[in-house]
Design a protein around this ligand. Structure first.
Ligand code: ADP
Length: 247
């Protein structure tokens, strides 16, 4: 992001993007629930070239203990980019960016989990970015919500997430790496579909009020598409379980 100088033509004469998508078109999305045996819940998400794994443990005893909340469970989230997830090897371990992303994802999830059912407990969410191509925080949050549901944790709803933004003076949905690097704005967002609440909203770059309204509109619509894919993943997962039980 940052509107750097480039010769790339982001929108062609037919109004299509570098990868042939329309401005309001998502990259292909694939979600699978329950992919890990040893976690309480898990999910694998592909959003375009992003590949993300989320695992959930809990509710379980909260460590460190001083973080315990007598009124509710806390959600502890660790977002991590693998060294091999980006072009140049990423230095392993937490950095400012991953601390920020972990925090905003935990806060988004806190809006839907019935944390008051589990005083003093911790619900631990681990998000591993296996391959990154912009929009990993959205893919990570989308995966984490499915993993929480897969763990059987009581929730008001799932949380679908997507980024909207602006390239070549055009409002676009679900920016890829080039669009994110050279675009004029990047606005990741996440919603609670049942209520329409926005539980994550960040903005890097600039949009006019009209562009922002347009971005919100296509972002909301896209979140509903992601939501359907999240639900399908959970239905498939439990259909498989039911079939095994019947055997
Ligand atoms: P998001 O992945 O949520 O869009 P950013 O906008 O911060 O988050 O990052 C955009 C993209 O830039 C990432 O998806 C990734 O492809 C790339 N990126 C981020 N951090 C690094 C890094 N440390 N090294 C190389 N590429 C990175």
């Amino acid at each position: 992001m940052g509107g750097m100088e480039t010769d790339i033509k982001f929108i062609d004469e037919n109004g299509l993007r570098i990868d042939g998508r329309k401005p309001d078109q998502l990259r292909p999305i694939k979600i699978e629930a329950g992919v890990l045996n040893n976690a309480d819940g898990s999910a694998y998400v592909e959003m375009g070239k992003n590949k993300v794994l989320a695992a959930v443990y809990g509710p379980r005893e909260c460590h460190p203990r001083h973080l315990q909340n007598p009124a509710k469970a806390i959600i502890q989230c660790k977002y991590n980019m693998m060294s091999f997830s980006v072009g140049d090897r990423k230095r392993p371990g937490p950095d400012r960016r991953s601390v920020e992303i972990s925090k905003i994802i935990a806060e988004a999830l806190d809006n839907v989990v019935f944390t008051e059912n589990f005083p003093r407990a911790s619900i631990d969410v681990y998000i591993e970015i296996l391959q990154a191509n912009a929009g990993t925080r959205c893919a990570g949050l989308t995966a984490a919500a499915v993993a929480l549901a897969d763990a059987g944790i009581p929730m008001k709803d799932l949380v679908p997430a997507i980024a909207v933004g602006k390239v070549a003076d055009t409002v676009v949905l679900d920016l890829d790496k080039e669009e994110d690097n050279f675009g004029q704005a990047d606005v990741p967002m996440a919603i609670v579909p049942r209520t329409g609440e926005i539980v994550l909203l960040q903005m890097d770059g600039h949009l006019t009020t009209e562009e922002f309204d347009q971005a919100m509109e296509i972002g909301m619509k896209a979140c509903m598409e992601v939501y359907e894919i999240q639900k399908d993943a959970l239905k498939r997962r439990y259909a498989v379980d039911a079939a095994i039980e019947e055997e």
